[in-house]
Design a protein around this ligand. Sequence first.
Ligand code: 13P
Length: 249
Amino acid sequence: MPKKLFFNWKMNPTSSFQATNLFEEVIKSSKSLSVHVVVCPPFVYLPLVCEMSKKTNIKIGSQDISTQDSGSLTSEISGPMLVDLGCQYSIIGHSETREINHLTNQDVNKKIRHCLQSKLTPIFCIGYQEDKTTTDINHTELSEQIQQGLQDIRLEDDQIIYLAYEPVWAIGTGKTADNSIIVEVTKFILQELKMLGLNSKTKILYGGSVDDQSVVELMKIEEIDGFLIGGASLKPEKFSRIIGIVSSN
Ligand code: 13P
């Protein structure tokens, strides 16, 4: 199966004009290639990119989601609002969002439930600071994030979860985790998912400094289904090469 690509624009770009140009480049780079691309822009550009995506194969996701359909939750954006725009995915529990909003694993769990109830596919992020070699993988922390984040989650037949493993030290640093760590952690994640009965319905992604260079080595990891990409998703020359590499494998 070709690896899937998820582009997290984070808090970029800073105008509708730039967002339009950037999305046009994604359309151009992926046109007529068999590649699964999901773009997750800031909330304010969702109407724009959802509209632009209509005649393409590119799917759209949000970078966060609330826990309720509607109500007195100033600043929050709910699942029905995202579905109404045409979104199909939502990033949940990104390490940056966890830190900025002081999210607990229980908060992440509520968001995943709401996401699934809204018929959106969650891109559930886990990861922490220390795991630079296979010997210092923090199994306890990973296990807590998975077990608490996915506690009592039940999936309908047509639902799946994407679980993105993003070591915090690798995000935006140009340093990618070694394949050996990613394989080791992926095996551990699958064991944890098995305890929850979710192993066959969860796809695993890697994120952290994936670019047009590092992707060549990372492509060799059979255990993962795709990549969650930040910085390189803002640079057309980089993401067009990534799309080319992924689609030709
Ligand atoms: P970078 O690709 O910039 O390291 O970001 C990874 C990430 O956080 C994607 O969600």
